[in-house]
Each structure stands twice: as structure tokens, then as C-alpha cells.
Ligand binder design. Structure first.
Ligand code: SAH
Length: 236
């Protein structure tokens, strides 16, 4: 009798887990179709990546119910996982190719890195908050990404050893574009970065490096967490 009871309970648990996974997948598909695609992201590879990456794996368990809402979600340490539409848009804008080496500044949850990792050869991502660098590393491992390297550092300096990068994605708002990032962008490469004051709406700026000079274009107003500095005297 006892054996039968625990067998039944086990089945109910497995059933519950399968039902929950199905519900999360359905919510993810709906988010991509009803919001991300509806708002104009059209690159089929980017949309596929957004369908594949399980955003709920990158946020704290008590926030899982909000995983597939199109908004930032708190991940601790005063930081947030970015809004899915913005993640998709920024990914589409850098035109990821399968042989790309990409630098991300602001690993946070690891989610944007995972979306990029679905599309490119290798992602290098830098995070200034040590426990978040650990979190991103752990979550990316758990989700099975082997082509992402996470490092704890001040992303102002980029990641010299692995430069030049075909694309750079900055996910924290900076008062101006850090010069080392411009230097580490490959000729013909693209960088997307929110620029502006931490107290106001910022501009999402696209930078293209052509013949050694930089063309910039404002894409849209956005609201990101601030780009912070390890050196308190940096004036940022
Ligand atoms: N890409 C993340 C977004 C996280 S929010 C995601 O998909 O979840 C932005 C992150 O940038 C925060 O984790 C913040 O700690 C980090 N950050 C801010 N300033 C930074 C800097 N100078 N270098 C590296 N990371 C920085």
C-alpha cells in the first residue's frame, strides 16, 4: 500500500513538472510571437534563439512566474535581467554571424549572453558585481552553454586578450562610450550601447567602425541600470 502511494505521488510529481515545463514553453512562444515579433524584430535566427533560451533558468526561483513577461526582473544586488524585447532588438542590431566573437559588458543574469551564444562562435562577458559573475557562470553552465566565458572585472576596459571583437553589446547605461571598447571593435564591427545619465532615459546608440572611424546612430530611448566603475574617483 505504502509502495503504491509513493509510486502514485512520484507520478503526480513528474506529471506536475512536465505540465509546468509545458506552460513555461507556451508562455515563451507567446512572448516571442505577440511581443517581440509583433514589435518588429524580424531576423528568423534571432527569433529562434529567443524561442530556445529558457529565460526562467536565469532568474531567481521566486521570480519564475514573471519569466515570460516583457519586462526587466530583479536578480538581486540592485540589478535586473533585461527586458526580452530589448535583448532581441540589441541582438538583431549587431547582426550576429556564426563565426563571430562577441564581447558583452554586464553579464548580470547571463541571459543576453545565452541568446548571443545561440548564434555566434564565442561570447566573452564581463560583470562588475562578483556574485553576479558567479551566478551568470553557474546559470550558463546549467543551461548547457560551453561557448561563453564569464569574467569578473570592470567592463570599461573591455577584454584586451580576446580583442578584436566582431560585435560588442553593452547592457548598462554609460555617460559616454568607453574608449577601450571602441579600440577593441573590429573594422566593420558593430557595438550597441545605452548612452546617457543614470537619472534619465538614455539613448540606445549603434556604433559602426568603418575605415578606422566611427559612425553613430541613435536607435531609441531606453532605460538601463547604470554602468558603474571599480574606481570611485572615475567621475562616473
Ligand atoms: N545582460 C544582463 C543585464 C544585466 S543588467 C542580462 O541579460 O541579465 C546590467 C549589468 O551590468 C548588471 O549586472 C551590472 O552589475 C553590470 N555592470 C554595470 N557596470 C559594469 C561594468 N563597469 N563592468 C561590467 N559590468 C557592469
Amino acid at each position: 500500500m505504502k509502495a503504491l502511494l509513493s509510486y502514485t505521488l512520484g507520478l503526480v510529481c513528474i506529471w506536475g513538472t512536465i505540465a509546468e515545463a509545458d506552460a513555461l514553453k507556451e508562455a515563451r512562444m507567446r512572448l516571442v510571437a505577440d511581443t517581440i515579433e509583433a514589435r518588429g524584430v524580424g531576423d528568423p535566427d534571432v527569433l529562434d534563439a529567443m524561442r530556445r533560451v529558457e529565460r526562467h533558468l536565469f532568474i531567481p526561483e521566486n521570480q519564475v512566474a514573471h519569466a515570460y513577461e516583457d519586462r526587466p526582473v530583479p536578480i538581486g544586488h540592485g540589478q535586473t535581467i533585461s527586458q526580452p524585447y530589448i535583448v532581441a532588438l540589441m541582438t538583431e542590431i549587431v547582426k550576429p554571424q556564426s563565426d563571430f566573437r562577441v564581447l558583452e559588458i554586464g553579464a548580470g543574469s547571463g541571459y543576453q549572453a545565452a541568446v548571443l551564444a545561440e548564434l555566434v562562435d564565442h561570447v566573452y562577458t564581463v560583470e562588475i558585481v562578483p556574485p553576479l559573475a558567479e551566478w551568470a557562470k553557474e546559470r550558463l553552465d546549467l543551461a548547457g552553454y560551453t561557448n561563453v566565458t564569464v569574467r569578473h572585472a570592470d567592463g570599461f576596459y573591455g577584454w584586451e586578450e580576446h580583442a578584436p571583437f566582431d560585435a560588442i553589446v553593452v547592457t548598462a547605461a554609460a555617460p559616454h562610450i568607453p574608449p577601450p571598447l571602441l579600440e577593441q571593435l573590429r573594422e566593420g564591427g558593430r557595438m550597441i550601447i545605452p548612452v546617457g545619465s543614470r537619472f534619465r532615459t538614455q539613448q540606445l546608440v549603434l556604433v559602426e567602425k568603418k575605415d578606422g572611424s566611427f559612425n553613430t546612430r541613435n536607435i531609441m530611448p531606453v532605460r538601463f541600470v547604470p554602468f558603474t566603475r571599480e574606481d570611485p574617483d572615475s567621475g562616473w
